[in-house]
Design a protein around this ligand. Structure first.
Ligand SMILES: NC(=O)c1ccc[n+]([C@@H]2O[C@H](COP(=O)([O-])OP(=O)(O)OC[C@H]3O[C@@H](n4cnc5c(N)ncnc54)[C@H](OP(=O)(O)O)[C@@H]3O)[C@@H](O)[C@H]2O)c1
Length: 324
């Protein structure tokens, strides 16, 4: 029986602590000396992608962040991931596990979150590696967008509107803004969908000041009334507001559009805009936000290799974006 099989066979709910403690002793003996002489231990990133083809984008960023080896796996699910996690945690001494890390990606953010739950649940005691989740680029994009806004606003007194707020990027923009004390309107074409997202944000940020907001041609005036910040995070090629509508918003200070596909979400903002004065507001386009997003992604990958027990999700990635 291999050590991995032995440890994997333990049901932590059924077996008493002393048995699990005994397994740790076996593990310690097993690893004693296993990494000796490996002074230049390579940094290995295990890319777990929920899509069939692991993202080349995420792989390039990993290499640019200084990772030595990227092992890429596609079609990864909670049902088939356990062996991959065991391969990560049973190959190096606990002290050396900070040189192995996991990246969770893929276009389906909900699938990525389910995978994160299973990966985290497979770790035990000191047998863990750090994990970064950035499915569909949603965390790094949202973190960068909100960081751009933070340079120009005091969030404690900010009334924010997130257009397309039910998508992965909008949801995370709303969550980060709420965690920083802003009052946030989450918009959707269907108010019920916005209400679900608000509930999920409250699950992550219990004192979040979030309100669902229906956004349609009839409801634009109410949605934008009194806002200081607009982040447009709708699907690619969806325009929400015309330049004229934006110009009319006296209290609007910052406008951010993360959609680069024409027509952009907020008319008049060019993808390359970075703190440009447009439509009477400090404006950022998708590429203007994208530089910080890329730096944040690389910094988050680098942070993985500083410890073996980090979980870098929305809140942690926002902090990293503030430091780069
Ligand atoms: N700059 C970057 O680095 C970067 C990285 C990743 C993503 N992005 C961009 O960020 C944006 C958001 O990404 P995402 O994946 O979160 O988007 P998404 O899930 O495709 O769409 C976000 C929301 O847009 C709304 N929507 C969809 N079609 C619409 C329509 N015809 N009219 C009005 N609303 C519509 C939907 O909300 P309701 O159904 O609830 O109305 C949806 O939940 C995209 O434009 C994407 O290209 C940029």
């Amino acid at each position: 029986m291999t050590l991995a099989t032995l440890v994997a066979g333990i049901d932590h709910d059924k077996h008493p602590r002393f048995l699990i403690g005994g397994v740790f002793v076996i593990i310690a003996r097993h690893f004693d000396g296993i990494s000796e002489g490996l002074a230049d231990m390579k940094k290995i990133l295990i890319q777990l992608d929920t899509d069939a083809l692991p993202s080349s984008f995420d792989r390039v960023v990993a290499v640019d962040a200084g990772v030595d080896e990227v092992f890429s796996y596609g079609s990864v699910t909670p049902e088939n991931v356990e062996g991959l996690v065991h391969g990560a945690i049973f190959t190096r001494k606990p002290d050396d596990l900070k040189n192995t890390a996991i990246f969770i990606g893929g276009s389906n953010v909900a699938a990525g979150e389910r995978l994160l739950e299973k990966v985290s649940g497979t770790f035990f005691g000191p047998m863990s590696v750090s994990v970064l989740i950035d499915s569909n680029g949603s965390n790094t994009t949202a973190a960068a967008a909100v960081q751009c806004a933070s340079q120009h606003l005091d969030f404690k007194t900010t009334e924010a509107l997130v257009l397309g707020g039910t998508g992965p990027v909008g949801h995370r923009c709303g969550q980060i803004l709420a965690s920083q004390g802003a009052t946030v309107r989450i918009s959707s074409r269907k108010e019920e969908r916005a209400a679900i997202t608000c509930g999920e944000i409250r699950g992550a940020v219990p004192d979040a000041k979030v309100v669902p907001c229906a956004f349609s041609d009839d409801g634009i005036a109410a949605a934008v009334d009194g806002v200081n910040l607009i982040i447009a995070a709708g699907a690619a090629g969806v325009q929400f507001l015309t330049a004229e509508e934006l110009e009319s918003l006296d209290l609007l200070k910052v406008a951010i559009d993360v959609n680069a596909v024409p027509p952009v979400g907020l008319e008049g903002i060019s993808p390359g805009d970075k703190a440009a004065q447009k439509n009477g507001a400090i404006s950022f386009g998708a590429i203007g936000v994208g530089g910080l997003k890329m730096k944040t992604h690389r910094a988050a990958v680098q942070k993985l290799f500083t410890a073996n027990n980090l979980v870098l999700n929305t809140a942690e990635i926002y902090e990293i974006a503030g430091d780069v």
